[in-house]
Design a protein around this ligand. Structure first.
Ligand code: ACO
Length: 335
């Protein structure tokens, strides 16, 4: 059995910055409401005239991660692509990245675990590396939310929160079992599947039926979120799964050098930080600048924390996520 470790990281954010003031012009909202509830000041939206897509953003982040890992695309043995906003209904976005990076025929798998997608993908990569089945795994989180949000007052409780972007890491076999991913904790609770969901169109309601109804009030094509219910579950599950990871690693909260929580909402991160008695230096947040980028939020934040020198060799790093499904998980990494 081998440990796995992260050896290269990259991120890509579209240039187009959308501030809270920009949103005030197109819906009934306010900078004060958004900042007070979520901490978000601005987010990135793919510009209307841009060629960017979920997979192309993933490619841009991946190229940086692969180069920083000192590898070539052809060295990648497995691609894992976490997203809830794939380019196509099928096939997944992983194979689209594979084509652009000219990686001949390695497996390319999409992970559909929403906000927990990156944590699930890292845990999956870890398992493949552990068994020796694959050596170099490219793990991507990318989301193109903005095109699919209801950018009117009707959709404001959700549309102000989400942003576009991508992050990627390269994982490989660690030289010894003292470093790298020490443990991962994964959970789902399907009874709350609809509390944070986008259900239409679907296999119970195919496109011809929707076109025939032609109903402008049909909001099933937009995300639905029971915000307060999500909040209550998130703070509990984040706390449980971080604690479980710490216990398995033999760490205490004060041992954490960097907690990278999924950037769901600054208030959720602050609740978790307070619960574990962590200092500001122990928790990385960038939701203020990017909004919630779902599966991309952790790899973007992880990349920035490394670029800023906040994570270095020997750091004890915890990744934690909660999201639609409900799903939640954590990964504890000895860097
Ligand atoms: N601007 C101004 N007013 C708004 C907006 C907005 N963007 N959105 C909703 N409102 C209004 C509502 O219409 C409501 O008005 P009313 O009292 O006149 O009816 C009022 O604000 C309060 O609405 P609530 O939905 O009760 O607002 P709440 O205080 O619950 O805040 C929020 C909403 C921020 C979504 C909160 O529930 C929350 O933080 N939930 C956690 C969910 C979350 O963070 N999701 C992130 C994505 S999921 C994930 O990543 C895990």
């Amino acid at each position: 059995m081998y440990n796995s470790k992260i050896i290269g990281l990259g991120k890509y954010l579209p240039d187009n910055v959308v501030t809270n003031a920009d949103l005030e012009k197109i819906m009934e909202t306010s900078d004060a409401w958004i900042q007070e509830r979520t901490g978000i000041q601005e987010r990135r939206h793919i510009a209307k005239d841009s060629d960017d897509s979920t997979s192309s953003m993933g490619v841009k982040a991946s190229k940086i991660a692969i180069e920083r890992a000192g590898l070539l695309p052809q060295d990648i043995d497995l691609i894992l692509f976490a997203t809830l906003s794939p380019d196509y209904y099928f096939p997944g976005s992983g194979v689209l990245v594979q084509e652009v990076l000219e990686i001949p025929d390695c497996p390319a798998m999409d992970i559909r675990m929403q906000c927990s997608g990156f944590v699930y993908a890292v845990a999956t990569a870890d398992q493949f590396i552990k068994t020796g089945m694959y050596k170099n795994v490219l793990v991507i989180g990318s989301e193109y939310h903005s095109g699919g949000l209801d950018m009117t007052t009707r959709g404001r409780n959700i549309s102000v929160i989400f942003g576009d972007g991508a992050g990627a890491v390269v994982m490989t076999r660690a030289e010894n079992n003292e470093v790298g991913v020490l443990n991962s904790q994964l959970h789902s609770e399907g009874k709350y599947a609809k509390e944070l969901s986008l259900i239409g169109p679907n296999t119970g309601r195919w496109v011809p039926e929707i076109m025939e109804a032609n109903d402008p009030d049909d909001i099933s094509y937009y995300p639905y979120m029971n915000g307060q219910f999500v909040f209550k579950n998130a703070v509990v599950r984040f706390s449980e799964v971080i604690l479980a990871g710490l216990q398995k690693a033999g760490w205490k909260p004060e041992d954490i050098d960097m907690l990278i929580p999924h950037q769901a909402n600054l208030r959720i991160s602050q609740f978790v930080q307070k619960k574990f008695g962590l200092s500001d230096a122990q928790v990385y947040n960038n939701i203020q600048r990017y909004g919630n980028t779902t599966a991309a939020s952790i790899p973007i934040a992880l990349t920035e924390a490394c670029e800023e020198g906040k994570i270095k060799e020997g750091s004890r790093v915890v990744l934690a996520a909660f999201g639609s499904g409900f799903t939640w998980g954590s990964v504890s990494i000895q860097w």
